[in-house]
Design a protein around this ligand. Structure first.
Ligand code: ADP
Ligand code: MG
Length: 386
């Protein structure tokens, strides 16, 4: 049985009739451009083959029922009319938040039955939350013929996460899940959501991008995102810029001089964001020129910046990078929010096994939980499957 069929069958068991349709939306890894999306900067994610799959039916009676095969607690029953932001509905806040955001934006969504399951590892920095939001938004867009574009659905998903769930994330994850295409990375300008699909066929040039899920999440991460965000905002203010996007890399030294009176952390955050925006542009230029191997050292620089300037890495992520590079990887860096989660490793296909073993051995020697390693095959964004 296909995933769509089994998800549909489970839907029917739960709700008593077949779903109106089945949709899928992927998780993502980000190649380069980290903590830049809330500074109106550049990012470059690619969608993973791992997806959230949702079977959904319309309801006209003001009832919203949501169920996840992966969460405890059975069917959650809510009323679209009575959805209240930040009301701690657990995991159900993600799909319910999308219903809320659609209705807030003036769309008619009287109710729905939703059953979902996901192969995106949760809390691994691979955007299982965005996959949930985007799959819900796309399903409701199709079923209620709302006519929204993929970027509009992404923005609504972000609004659900920011305002309803209460997580102050940027727009990258939802845009990746909604807009990525097979075999491409998504070069996204988060200022105006303009985008370019960049061919990213690593297999054709004998390379692989590995994802290393460290399977740890350090509690420190919870407040750190908001603190970095606030630091970037005060840096921009002190420079008279609307956001750090406006600070050009060529003028970074002067900008840092002008921030001499600010907290050292603010200067570090500014240096990270401005230099990571520049790294995205460097990577794009290299990919356009077909020089994929030269991306490796830029990933390593990006990791150093996240570790030393933004300070969002951790021992496990640093160990992925050092052990992979020592074993011959072309480059590696943490990806996503940090403090655990996942790293990416660019390797020659011929070296992938050696590098994987080296990372696993380094983790065993350090006494860390065994990491989960898999190739990041650039996959398609959200779509209807049945
Ligand atoms: P990430 O997006 O990096 O995986 P988040 O903390 O942003 O991590 O989102 C993870 C949360 O999303 C989970 O704690 C859960 O509430 C929700 N979630 C993700 N996938 C599922 C799923 N398959 N079923 C139920 N809830 C899920
Ligand atoms: Mg998330």
């Amino acid at each position: 049985m296909s995933t769509a069929e089994s998800v549909g069958a489970r839907f029917e068991e739960l709700y008593g009739s077949a779903p109106d349709g089945v949709w899928a939306a992927p998780g993502r890894v980000n190649l380069i451009g980290e903590y830049t999306d809330f500074n109106e900067g550049f990012v470059m994610p690619l969608a993973l083959p791992h997806t959230a799959v949702a079977a959904v039916s319309r309801r006209s009676d003001g009832v919203l029922r949501v169920h996840s095969a992966d969460a405890r607690g059975g069917v959650v029953r809510l009323a679209p009319d009575e959805l209240v932001p930040l009301s701690d509905t657990g995991w159900a806040a993600y799909p319910a938040g999308v219903v809320w955001a659609l209705r807030e934006a003036g769309h008619t969504v009287p109710g729905a039955d939703i059953h979902l399951t996901s192969t995106v590892p949760t809390g691994a920095g691979l955007s299982s939350s965005a996959a949930l939001e985007v799959v819900t938004a796309l399903a409701l867009n199709d079923l209620y013929e709302l006519g929204l574009s993929a970027p509009e659905l992404a923005v609504l998903g972000q609004r659900a996460e920011n305002a309803f769930v209460g997580v102050p994330c940027g727009i990258m994850d939802q845009m990746a899940s909604a807009c990525c295409t097979d075999g491409h990375a998504l070069y996204l300008d988060t200022r105006d959501l303009s985008q370019r699909q960049v061919p990213f066929d690593l297999a054709a040039v004998g390379l692989q991008l590995l994802v290393v899920d460290t399977r740890v999440k350090h509690a420190l991460g919870d407040g750190a995102y908001a603190e970095r965000r606030a630091g970037c905002e005060s840096g921009a203010r002190a420079l008279g810029a609307r956001t750090l996007r406006e600070v050009e890399y060529a003028h970074l030294p002067e900008a840092l001089d002008r921030l001499a009176g600010e907290a050292p952390s603010v200067r570090r955050y500014v240096r990270h964001v401005v230099s990571d925006n520049h790294r995205v542009e460097q990577v794009i230029a290299l990919l356009d020129a077909g020089d994929v191997r030269a991306v490796g050292p830029i990933l390593i620089e990006g990791h150093a910046s996240l570790r030393d300037d933004l300070r969002v890495s951790c021992d496990e992520l640093d160990l992925v990078v050092t052990s992979a590079v020592a074993a011959g990887a072309l480059g590696a860096r943490m990806t996503g929010g940090g403090f655990g989660g996942s790293a990416i490793v660019l390797v020659e296909t011929a070296d992938a096994d050696t590098v994987t073993k080296a990372v696993e051995e380094a983790f065993a020697t350090a006494g860390h939980t065994a990491p989960r390693v898999f190739p990041a095959v650039p996959s398609r964004g959200a779509h209807r499957v049945a």
